[in-house]
Structure formats: structure tokens, C-alpha cells
Write a protein that binds this ligand. Structure first.
Ligand code: AHM
Ligand code: MG
Length: 341
């Protein structure tokens, strides 16, 4: 019989808490509530091909993109699972323009939840992996009243915990409270997240790059040069392989496990890139750093960016420390050349 310990997400959280006698257990209860929402979304994502849930719902989200029904469903599930637990003072979602208050008949808590309910939603119809991303902060505002926009606009390094779920060939939840990163695979037969990746460490260097190369024409010259450099064959470990799912959660998850670099850069058409700082970049940067990796906007650490708007975007270069440092060097050197010319 296998000697492996059967560790559910619930038990893992409780055991983690025992190591911090000062912990009140509130964060654990918050995460348990969250896990319920994630299981419900996972179930619905798996059913998506069977029921009339695919297709555009006919409205646009705050970024002007078409919203699909499943996005809205995931958004509502997150809200419904989290509004009444008494742990949160405020929420914000990629699918909602304004901050989301806790209904007045429920208790107000000490934590702040930001989430992207369904990332990579353009991939839904093709059965390609999609995901949910979340980020938890402590409230900054004084008193026990409703949370504020300022509670949501905190720098990423202040996250208490962050995680993402990939709805892929199986459903996996990857989570960090800052010390180490653990992955839990959903066992659909018993409806439990089971610890499958106890201590995820990203390799210092990988051999995979991940970027939407269709945008090549619009890139910074340093980035063009870097990608060509990765494709050369006379360097050790080169040429790199190229992988791009087009769902950030899936691309970041692969990068965490295998190493390499995932990039969504700024370009001449999108000076701030595409991905959202608060819902996408910060949580994956928090997890990647906790796994020993690096995440920057090409110059600055993602987790130190001071946010100004709930839905602002940021370029991102994330993954193995040596790979991210290398792309930063290419960008810097090309920039210096441009300044000097
Ligand atoms: P979404 O939040 O609307 O799903 O968009 C975010 C997604 C990311 O998951 C992915 O990395 C990126 O968009 C892909 O963009 P592109 O199609 O421009 O390569
Ligand atoms: Mg998204």
C-alpha cells in the first residue's frame, strides 16, 4: 500500500495554520469558502459543451471585450460564495467596473478579495484550458465598516495569499501564502482538492518561451532580438521551444513546472500590454516569486508597482529567474542603443 499521505486542501490549510499559533483561522475559513466556488466553476466548465452555456451573452465587460456566459457565471459564483462568510470587507472582479461591496445584511471582515473569474475565456469553445485567478489582501482602511477602493489598490507584495485554478485535463489549484507554493488536483469523484504538488519550485532556467508571436511587428527591438537569440542553435540549451496556449493561467502553470519565460509585453499598439495588474499579473507574480522565480514589467518588479486604477494593465515577463533577467538585459541594452542614437 502506498505510504503517501492523503492530504486535502482543507487539512493542508489547517496544518499550515498550526505552525502559526497567532493565526485566528479566518484566512483558512475564507479559503474554504473560495474552494467551494472553484469546485462549482470547475463543474460548470466541464459541462460547458453539454448545456446551452457557450456563446456570447451580448454585452461587453469594462475592457470592451465580449463577455461569454461562463465568465458571468463564474463571476456570480465567486460573489455568492464569498459575500456572506464574514471574512471580506470588499471584492473586485475583472468582470465588474467598480468595487463590489459586501451586502449590508452580512458581516464585514478583515480581508480583501480580487479575482479574474474566468481567464482565457476566448479559449472556451475550443476546449482549451482556462482558469480562475485570485488575490487576497488585508484591509488597509480603519474601522469595521465597508472596504474602500484604497483597500483594493495595494501593491502586490502586500498580498496575504494568491492562487489560480487551471481547468484543464484535470482541475488543479495552485496556492501560496508567501512561503512555498502547493498544488492540489481536484478529485471529481469525491469533490476534494488533493495535494498533488507539495512544493513547487521553478527551475532557475528553462528552455521554453511563451509569447504571442503574431505581435512581433509591434515589439520593442530588444524583444525582437531576444526571441531571435533564443532561436539560435549555437548556444547551450538553444534553440528554445515555443509554447503559447493563450490562457495565461495555463501558460504560467507550465512555466512554473518546467521553467522558461512567459511574456505579455507592451508593444507599439498596446503601451501597457494586455494583462491586468490587479487580477492577473500580481497574483501570478506572487506565486512565481514564492516558487523561486521572477516577475517584472521589463524593468520593475511587478509586486512593487503602485496601482492607480482597478483595471490597469501591465506588461509582464515572468518565469525562471535567469530567463527573466536575460530578457530584461536585452530590453535594457536595446533601449540604451536607442537613447544613444
Ligand atoms: P481574458 O481575461 O479576457 O481571458 O484575457 C486574458 C488572456 C490571457 O489569459 C492570455 O494570456 C491573453 O489573454 C492572450 O492574449 P492574446 O490573444 O492577445 O495572445
Ligand atoms: Mg483574464
Amino acid at each position: 500500500m502506498s505510504k503517501a499521505r492523503f492530504m486535502t486542501l482543507e487539512r493542508h490549510i489547517i496544518e499550515g495554520e498550526r505552525m502559526h499559533p497567532e493565526a485566528t483561522g479566518e484566512l483558512s475559513r475564507l479559503l474554504s469558502d473560495l474552494a467551494i466556488a472553484l469546485k462549482i466553476i470547475s463543474l460548470e466548465v466541464n459541462k460547458a459543451g453539454l448545456v446551452d452555456i457557450l456563446g456570447y451573452v451580448g454585452t461587453e465587460n469594462v475592457h470592451g471585450e465580449s463577455v461569454r456566459k461562463l465568465d458571468m457565471y463564474a463571476h456570480e459564483m465567486m460573489f455568492k460564495a464569498m459575500d456572506h462568510g464574514g471574512h471580506l470587507c470588499i471584492m473586485a472582479s475583472e468582470e465588474e467596473e467598480d468595487i463590489i461591496h459586501i451586502p449590508s445584511d452580512y458581516e464585514i471582515g478583515r480581508y480583501v478579495l480580487l479575482f479574474d473569474p474566468l481567464d482565457g475565456s476566448s479559449n472556451i469553445d475550443a476546449n482549451v484550458s482556462i482558469g480562475t485567478i485570485f488575490s487576497i489582501y488585508r484591509r488597509m482602511s480603519e474601522g469595521g465598516g465597508p472596504g474602500t477602493l484604497a483597500d483594493c489598490l495595494q501593491q502586490g507584495y502586500k498580498q496575504v495569499a494568491a492562487g489560480y485554478v487551471v481547468y484543464g485535463s484535470s482541475t488543479i489549484l495552485v496556492y501560496s501564502a508567501g512561503h512555498g507554493v502547493a498544488g492540489f488536483t481536484l478529485d471529481p469523484s469525491i469533490g476534494e482538492f488533493i495535494l498533488s504538488h507539495p512544493d513547487i519550485r521553478i527551475p532557475h532556467r528553462g528552455h521554453i518561451y511563451s509569447i504571442n508571436e503574431g505581435n512581433y511587428k509591434y515589439w520593442h527591438p530588444g524583444l525582437k532580438r531576444y526571441i531571435k537569440y533564443l532561436q539560435e542553435e549555437d548556444k547551450e540549451g538553444h534553440p528554445y521551444s515555443s509554447r503559447y496556449v493563450g490562457s495565461m493561467v495555463a501558460d504560467v502553470h507550465r512555466t512554473l513546472l518546467y521553467g522558461g519565460v512567459f511574456m505579455y509585453p507592451a508593444d507599439s499598439r498596446s503601451p501597457k500590454g494586455k494583462l491586468r495588474l490587479m487580477y492577473e499579473c500580481n497574483p501570478v507574480a506572487f506565486i512565481t516569486e514564492a516558487a523561486g522565480g521572477r516577475a517584472t514589467d521589463g524593468k520593475q518588479r511587478i509586486l512593487e508597482i503602485v496601482p492607480e486604477h482597478l483595471h490597469e494593465r501591465s506588461p509582464i515577463f515572468i518565469g525562471s529567474i535567469e530567463d527573466v533577467l536575460e530578457v530584461e538585459r536585452f530590453l535594457r541594452e536595446a533601449e540604451e542603443e536607442l537613447q544613444g542614437s
